[in-house]
Design a protein around this ligand. Structure first.
Ligand code: AMP
Length: 213
Protein backbone atom coordinates (compact mmCIF):
# COMPACT_ATOMS: atom_id res chain seq x y z
CA UNK A 1 0.00 0.00 0.00
CA UNK A 2 1.27 3.48 -0.86
CA UNK A 3 0.96 5.98 1.92
CA UNK A 4 1.21 9.48 0.49
CA UNK A 5 0.46 11.58 -2.52
CA UNK A 6 1.93 14.86 -3.77
CA UNK A 7 -0.07 17.07 -6.11
CA UNK A 8 1.64 19.79 -8.20
CA UNK A 9 -0.47 22.85 -8.99
CA UNK A 10 0.34 26.39 -10.13
CA UNK A 11 -0.89 29.49 -8.31
CA UNK A 12 -3.61 31.74 -9.69
CA UNK A 13 -6.28 30.77 -12.19
CA UNK A 14 -5.60 27.03 -12.19
CA UNK A 15 -5.37 26.76 -8.40
CA UNK A 16 -8.60 28.72 -7.98
CA UNK A 17 -10.47 26.53 -10.48
CA UNK A 18 -8.93 23.35 -9.00
CA UNK A 19 -10.11 24.06 -5.44
CA UNK A 20 -13.68 22.73 -5.95
CA UNK A 21 -12.25 19.59 -7.60
CA UNK A 22 -9.89 19.03 -4.68
CA UNK A 23 -12.81 19.62 -2.29
CA UNK A 24 -14.75 16.87 -4.10
CA UNK A 25 -11.82 14.59 -3.22
CA UNK A 26 -12.07 15.79 0.40
CA UNK A 27 -8.75 17.62 0.03
CA UNK A 28 -8.55 21.06 1.62
CA UNK A 29 -5.20 22.87 1.87
CA UNK A 30 -4.61 24.23 5.37
CA UNK A 31 -3.26 27.50 3.90
CA UNK A 32 -4.01 29.41 0.70
CA UNK A 33 -1.10 29.96 -1.72
CA UNK A 34 -2.00 33.67 -1.91
CA UNK A 35 -1.49 34.15 1.84
CA UNK A 36 1.61 32.07 2.46
CA UNK A 37 5.12 31.92 1.04
CA UNK A 38 5.26 28.19 1.66
CA UNK A 39 5.64 26.08 -1.47
CA UNK A 40 4.51 22.86 0.18
CA UNK A 41 0.97 23.07 1.49
CA UNK A 42 -0.30 20.59 4.02
CA UNK A 43 -3.91 19.49 3.69
CA UNK A 44 -6.63 18.15 6.00
CA UNK A 45 -5.48 14.71 4.87
CA UNK A 46 -2.06 13.92 6.35
CA UNK A 47 -1.13 11.71 3.39
CA UNK A 48 -1.83 14.46 0.80
CA UNK A 49 0.46 17.44 0.08
CA UNK A 50 0.09 20.15 -2.52
CA UNK A 51 3.19 21.74 -4.03
CA UNK A 52 3.00 25.16 -5.66
CA UNK A 53 5.20 25.45 -8.76
CA UNK A 54 5.24 27.53 -11.92
CA UNK A 55 2.68 26.36 -14.47
CA UNK A 56 5.41 25.42 -16.95
CA UNK A 57 7.21 23.34 -14.30
CA UNK A 58 4.22 21.17 -13.35
CA UNK A 59 4.91 18.48 -16.04
CA UNK A 60 8.61 18.33 -15.03
CA UNK A 61 7.81 17.69 -11.34
CA UNK A 62 5.33 15.00 -12.33
CA UNK A 63 7.43 13.32 -15.02
CA UNK A 64 10.39 12.93 -12.63
CA UNK A 65 8.15 11.72 -9.80
CA UNK A 66 8.82 14.67 -7.47
CA UNK A 67 5.03 14.98 -7.58
CA UNK A 68 2.71 12.03 -8.21
CA UNK A 69 0.00 13.97 -9.96
CA UNK A 70 -0.44 17.48 -11.27
CA UNK A 71 -2.81 19.88 -12.91
CA UNK A 72 -1.44 21.48 -16.07
CA UNK A 73 -2.86 23.58 -18.91
CA UNK A 74 -3.00 21.89 -22.31
CA UNK A 75 -0.92 24.86 -23.59
CA UNK A 76 1.88 23.89 -21.20
CA UNK A 77 1.59 20.20 -22.12
CA UNK A 78 1.76 20.95 -25.84
CA UNK A 79 4.94 22.96 -25.28
CA UNK A 80 6.52 20.41 -22.94
CA UNK A 81 9.25 18.23 -24.40
CA UNK A 82 9.15 15.38 -21.95
CA UNK A 83 9.45 11.64 -22.14
CA UNK A 84 5.94 10.81 -21.18
CA UNK A 85 3.27 11.32 -18.62
CA UNK A 86 -0.22 9.96 -18.29
CA UNK A 87 -2.86 12.56 -19.13
CA UNK A 88 -5.99 10.66 -18.11
CA UNK A 89 -8.55 13.42 -17.68
CA UNK A 90 -9.62 16.78 -19.09
CA UNK A 91 -10.66 18.68 -15.96
CA UNK A 92 -12.44 21.33 -18.06
CA UNK A 93 -11.08 24.15 -15.88
CA UNK A 94 -9.13 27.30 -16.83
CA UNK A 95 -10.70 27.08 -20.27
CA UNK A 96 -9.52 29.41 -23.00
CA UNK A 97 -8.23 29.23 -26.57
CA UNK A 98 -4.90 29.48 -28.35
CA UNK A 99 -5.25 31.98 -31.17
CA UNK A 100 -3.43 33.89 -33.87
CA UNK A 101 -4.01 37.64 -33.50
CA UNK A 102 -2.87 40.76 -35.33
CA UNK A 103 -3.41 44.52 -35.29
CA UNK A 104 -6.96 45.53 -36.12
CA UNK A 105 -5.69 47.51 -39.08
CA UNK A 106 -2.79 45.23 -39.88
CA UNK A 107 -0.22 46.90 -42.11
CA UNK A 108 0.92 43.51 -43.50
CA UNK A 109 4.52 44.56 -43.91
CA UNK A 110 6.37 43.00 -46.81
CA UNK A 111 8.84 40.48 -45.42
CA UNK A 112 9.16 38.45 -48.60
CA UNK A 113 6.04 36.41 -47.87
CA UNK A 114 7.25 35.19 -44.47
CA UNK A 115 5.25 36.58 -41.57
CA UNK A 116 6.90 37.22 -38.25
CA UNK A 117 5.12 35.59 -35.33
CA UNK A 118 5.88 36.58 -31.72
CA UNK A 119 4.96 34.04 -29.06
CA UNK A 120 5.79 32.29 -25.84
CA UNK A 121 4.37 29.10 -27.42
CA UNK A 122 7.07 28.33 -29.95
CA UNK A 123 6.24 24.63 -30.49
CA UNK A 124 2.52 25.21 -30.81
CA UNK A 125 3.10 28.07 -33.29
CA UNK A 126 5.67 26.14 -35.32
CA UNK A 127 3.44 23.06 -35.60
CA UNK A 128 0.37 25.10 -36.41
CA UNK A 129 1.93 27.13 -39.25
CA UNK A 130 3.68 24.01 -40.62
CA UNK A 131 0.30 22.22 -40.68
CA UNK A 132 -1.04 25.16 -42.70
CA UNK A 133 1.92 24.92 -45.10
CA UNK A 134 2.93 28.47 -44.15
CA UNK A 135 6.57 29.50 -43.76
CA UNK A 136 6.93 31.89 -40.84
CA UNK A 137 9.66 33.37 -38.68
CA UNK A 138 8.98 32.74 -35.01
CA UNK A 139 10.25 35.14 -32.35
CA UNK A 140 10.27 33.81 -28.80
CA UNK A 141 8.99 36.19 -26.12
CA UNK A 142 8.41 35.51 -22.43
CA UNK A 143 5.41 37.80 -21.92
CA UNK A 144 3.38 40.79 -23.08
CA UNK A 145 3.13 39.38 -26.60
CA UNK A 146 0.39 41.92 -27.38
CA UNK A 147 3.05 44.63 -27.62
CA UNK A 148 4.97 42.99 -30.47
CA UNK A 149 2.62 43.92 -33.36
CA UNK A 150 2.03 47.39 -31.91
CA UNK A 151 5.77 48.15 -32.05
CA UNK A 152 6.37 46.40 -35.36
CA UNK A 153 8.39 43.55 -33.85
CA UNK A 154 6.01 40.99 -35.35
CA UNK A 155 3.06 40.77 -37.75
CA UNK A 156 1.07 38.38 -35.62
CA UNK A 157 1.11 36.77 -32.19
CA UNK A 158 0.12 33.35 -30.92
CA UNK A 159 -1.35 33.65 -27.42
CA UNK A 160 -4.03 32.47 -25.04
CA UNK A 161 -7.31 34.33 -25.07
CA UNK A 162 -10.10 34.08 -22.54
CA UNK A 163 -12.47 37.07 -22.65
CA UNK A 164 -10.58 38.83 -25.46
CA UNK A 165 -10.23 41.96 -23.33
CA UNK A 166 -6.41 41.98 -23.42
CA UNK A 167 -6.34 41.76 -27.23
CA UNK A 168 -8.97 44.48 -27.54
CA UNK A 169 -7.21 46.81 -25.11
CA UNK A 170 -4.11 46.62 -27.31
CA UNK A 171 -5.88 47.11 -30.65
CA UNK A 172 -5.55 43.46 -31.71
CA UNK A 173 -8.08 41.09 -33.24
CA UNK A 174 -8.21 37.31 -33.28
CA UNK A 175 -7.78 35.98 -36.82
CA UNK A 176 -7.55 32.20 -36.35
CA UNK A 177 -8.22 29.74 -33.52
CA UNK A 178 -5.48 27.15 -33.18
CA UNK A 179 -7.05 25.00 -30.46
CA UNK A 180 -9.26 25.06 -27.38
CA UNK A 181 -7.31 24.84 -24.14
CA UNK A 182 -8.23 23.54 -20.68
CA UNK A 183 -6.36 22.06 -17.74
CA UNK A 184 -5.61 18.35 -17.58
CA UNK A 185 -4.89 15.92 -14.79
CA UNK A 186 -1.44 14.43 -15.32
CA UNK A 187 -0.02 11.42 -13.51
CA UNK A 188 3.52 10.09 -13.10
CA UNK A 189 3.82 6.72 -14.84
CA UNK A 190 5.43 4.96 -11.87
CA UNK A 191 2.95 6.43 -9.39
CA UNK A 192 0.04 5.24 -11.52
CA UNK A 193 1.24 1.67 -10.84
CA UNK A 194 2.75 1.96 -7.36
CA UNK A 195 0.10 4.25 -5.86
CA UNK A 196 -2.87 2.94 -7.76
CA UNK A 197 -4.80 2.31 -4.54
CA UNK A 198 -4.75 6.09 -3.85
CA UNK A 199 -4.82 7.45 -7.40
CA UNK A 200 -7.54 5.23 -8.93
CA UNK A 201 -10.35 6.36 -6.58
CA UNK A 202 -9.29 10.00 -7.09
CA UNK A 203 -9.44 9.55 -10.84
CA UNK A 204 -12.86 7.89 -10.66
CA UNK A 205 -14.28 10.63 -8.45
CA UNK A 206 -12.86 13.42 -10.63
CA UNK A 207 -14.23 11.77 -13.79
CA UNK A 208 -17.67 11.74 -12.14
CA UNK A 209 -17.45 15.37 -10.97
CA UNK A 210 -16.26 16.66 -14.35
CA UNK A 211 -18.98 14.71 -16.19
CA UNK A 212 -21.66 16.16 -13.88
CA UNK A 213 -20.62 19.77 -14.54
P1 AMP B 1 -8.37 37.80 -21.67
O1 AMP B 1 -8.06 39.27 -21.59
O2 AMP B 1 -9.50 37.39 -20.74
O3 AMP B 1 -8.61 37.33 -23.09
O4 AMP B 1 -7.12 37.01 -21.10
C1 AMP B 1 -5.96 36.97 -21.83
C2 AMP B 1 -4.75 36.96 -20.95
O5 AMP B 1 -4.87 36.02 -19.90
C3 AMP B 1 -3.55 36.57 -21.78
O6 AMP B 1 -2.43 37.28 -21.33
C4 AMP B 1 -3.41 35.08 -21.51
O7 AMP B 1 -2.05 34.70 -21.58
C5 AMP B 1 -4.00 34.91 -20.12
N1 AMP B 1 -4.84 33.70 -20.01
C6 AMP B 1 -6.13 33.60 -20.35
N2 AMP B 1 -6.62 32.36 -20.07
C7 AMP B 1 -5.61 31.67 -19.54
C8 AMP B 1 -5.47 30.34 -19.03
N3 AMP B 1 -6.49 29.47 -19.01
N4 AMP B 1 -4.26 29.98 -18.56
C9 AMP B 1 -3.24 30.84 -18.56
N5 AMP B 1 -3.30 32.11 -19.01
C10 AMP B 1 -4.46 32.53 -19.49
Amino acid sequence: MSDNITIAVSKGRIFKDAMPLLAALDIYPTEAPETTRKLILETNRPEVKIIIVRATDVPTYVEYGAADIGIAGKDVLLEYNGNGLYEPLDLKIAQCRMVVAELKNSRNEDRGGRKRIATKYVNIARNYFASQGKQVEIIKLYGSMELAPVLGLADQIVDLVDTGNTLKANGLVEVETITDISSRLIVNKGAMKMKNDLIKPMLEKLTEVVAAK
